[in-house]
Design a protein around this ligand. Structure first.
Ligand code: B4P
Length: 190
């Protein structure tokens, strides 16, 4: 199976590029952000609890997102592979994902890490906020908190995957097409 992680700070292009990747390589897109927003839209208990955290730019608890991913993996059969977007975001999530994929004997092949400076991240997210309707895209303070959460809890994952020789840095500034070409070159090696 071709299992790929798209890694990077909020606004680095994970969701944007995941859409292109799943189409080109016929993979299944697993975005914990999209799953959580679907729970919010359906006004489930989980969604309401997650919303309070997401609106502030905080991460939701590990057990919530690990449970969602575990369910999806268990219920999605006969696929060429998965593109994980926004998951894992903590070391605990990464360990849980390795354990889950062990069961299917389908390890992560590559972790593509999108590198974008903080100024550009903020610009992109606030720009998206004009039309996205997402509370967490609306002001610089929340965006800053999302970046702090990333630096404290998610960035350490780079080391986790570097030790597994899976981490590849990709320049994430440029046009969507240029960045997609860089990502495709890496994916084609697998
Ligand atoms: P996500 O939904 O993952 O939100 P994101 O980080 O903003 O998405 P992404 O990075 O994919 O957006 P993209 O750059 O594509 O998470 C939202 C929240 O959910 C988190 O803060 C957290 O609370 C919670 N959550 C989700 N997963 C979790 C987990 N595993 N554990 C705990 N909590 C979790 O898009 C940004 C904008 O940039 C778009 O407008 C796009 O058009 C634009 N853009 C993209 N590429 C561009 C380019 N090359 N040039 C110019 N603009 C570009």
């Amino acid at each position: 199976m071709l299992n790929i992680i798209l890694f990077g700070p909020p606004g680095s292009g994970k969701g944007t590029q995941a859409t292109n990747i799943i189409t080109k390589y016929n993979l299944v897109h697993l975005s914990t952000g999209d799953m959580l927003r679907a729970e919010i839209a359906a006004q489930t208990k989980l969604g309401l609890e997650a919303k309070a955290l997401m609106d502030k730019g905080d991460l939701v608890p590990d057990e919530v997102v690990i449970g969602m991913i575990g369910n999806k993996l268990a219920n999605t059969k006969d696929v060429k592979g998965f593109t994980f977007d926004g998951f894992p975001r903590t070391v605990a999530q990464a360990i849980a994902l390795d354990d889950l994929l062990d069961k299917y004997n389908a390890p992560i092949k590559t972790v593509l890490s999108l590198k974008v400076c903080e100024e550009e991240l903020t610009r992109r997210i606030l720009d998206r906020g004009k039309t996205s309707g997402r509370n967490d895209d609306q002001n610089g303070e929340i965006v800053r908190n999302r970046v702090i959460e990333y630096k404290n809890k998610t960035a350490p994952l780079a080391d986790f995957y570097a030790k597994q020789n899976k981490l590849v840095d990709i320049g994430g500034e440029g046009t969507v097409e240029e960045i997609f070409a860089l990502l495709s070159t890496e994916i084609d090696k697998h």
